[in-house]
Design a protein around this ligand. Structure first.
Ligand code: PLP
Length: 389
């Protein structure tokens, strides 16, 4: 199988797996059982992991909190801020291209009285900072804009957004799940107030992640989503998942955002060949600043569902993994003003440090073969070729 679906999830690194193993077998003490040595061992391992992740963020350990992954982190932040800041207001600012974890949670909060402004996007997936500035109200409690989009790779200018947010004394939460390990942003210096992360996007284990919450003179308030023990400074109850936390910290430690230049060269090679060699293919967000590993390409009049079914040895995606089971066009592409027809004919290719040129050559070969076959059998394609559509 050629795996080009690394924005959905990544394979676990050997180094990550090997640091996890002792905590699954010998060192299984509960990190909250500080009365005995086994508990203290795991507690220390967790605190060391927290330090490694804090270093990555340019933060202190007091600013890092563990959760089960980005979906939980997003729920925690949006619901937790809504609960704590209602005396100030109920207004959120976001866009329709956010991950479903954000959009569904905000929809749920809307039913509880939240008001949401969705900023428009241009055809390249960019927001306009003037629109953002104009949309900030006296009762705005949170700006929620992702750093890098999981479907198109489009990067939002988080430093500029943070500056606007800070000027208006509004909190800024950025879903940084896809940017981590791919961009070398120092989040501690970026001005962003809250970020979230998920280990499985950077060759770590699934089911573990967290949030970075900047310590400010007026501390940021977030109500817990999961109550129980006093773990994570009362922000998230539940026995620590030690092995996964340790594995996640190794994934952060060995992440090399600068190495993504090599991935960029491969990605450029791949895109150029597709655009040159496959008729009526177009790259979404072509002129936007994008992640180095992500290409979202429309093959006109070739439904992505059919194409993916026929690419039997190649793993790609037609949208975010969470929605690829249904037939709706990608909400991200629709938000960018792409037609539903083109959105349904679009495929996301996402590379990793393990992707080789041979993988890409093989993929291009397969794509050409399958697309030609589908188009040859398609009456719509014949009409299109005869300029009758
Ligand atoms: N946010 C973004 C941008 C993502 O790409 C994903 C994963 O698809 C998530 C959030 C959810 O992450 P998790 O699978 O860890 O819940």
């Amino acid at each position: 199988m050629i795996y080009l679906d690394n924005n959905a999830t990544t394979c676990i690194d050997d180094e990550v797996l090997s640091v996890m193993m002792p905590f699954l077998k010998e060192d299984y003490g509960n990190a909250s059982s500080l009365q005995h040595k086994m508990g203290r061992t795991t507690h220390q391992a967790i605190e060391k992991s927290r330090q490694i992740i804090a270093n990555y963020f340019g933060a202190s350990t007091k600013e890092i909190f563990f959760t089960s992954g980005a979906t939980e982190s997003i729920n925690l932040v949006l619901r937790g801020v809504f609960e704590r800041y209602q005396s100030i207001g109920k207004h959120f600012i976001t866009t329709k291209s956010e991950h479903k974890a954000v959009l569904s949670t905000l929809e749920a909060l809307e039913k509880k009285g939240a008001e949401i402004t969705y900023l428009p996007l241009d055809h390249q997936g960019n927001i306009n900072l003037h629109d953002l500035e104009k949309s900030i109200r006296h009762d705005t409690i949170l700006i929620c804009l992702m750093h890098a989009n999981n479907e198109t790779g489009v990067i939002h200018p988080i430093e500029a957004i943070a500056e606007l947010a800070s000027k208006s004394q509004v909190l800024f939460f950025s879903d940084t799940t896809q940017a981590i390990s791919k961009l070398d942003t120092n989040y501690g210096k970026s001005g962003v107030d809250i970020c979230c992360f998920s280990a499985h996007k950077l060759h770590g284990p699934k089911g573990i992640g967290g949030i970075y919450v900047r310590r400010k003179s007026r501390p940021i308030q977030i109500a817990p989503l999961i109550t129980g023990g006093k773990q994570e400074n009362n922000l998230r109850g539940g026995t620590y998942n030690t092995a996964s936390i340790v594995g996640m910290s190794k994934a952060f430690e060995i992440a090399k955002p600068k190495a993504s230049n090599d991935i960029a060269a491969l990605r450029d090679y791949f895109e150029q060949r597709i655009l040159n060699e496959i008729e009526d293919a177009a790259l979404h967000a072509q002129t936007a600043i994008r992640l180095n590993n992500t290409s979202n390409i429309v093959f006109k009049h070739v439904k992505s569902a059919e194409l993916m079914l026929k690419l039997t040895n190649i793993a790609v995606s037609s949208g975010s993994a969470c929605v690829s089971g249904d037939r709706d066009p990608s909400h991200v592409l629709i938000a960018m003003g792409i037609s539903p027809e083109d959105a349904l004919c679009s495929i996301r290719f996402s590379l990793s440090k393990y992707t080789t040129k041979a993988d890409l050559d093989e993929t291009i070969l397969e794509l050409k073969k399958v697309i030609t076959k589908i188009r040859n059998e398609s009456p719509i394609w014949q009409l299109h070729k005869a300029n009758l559509l």
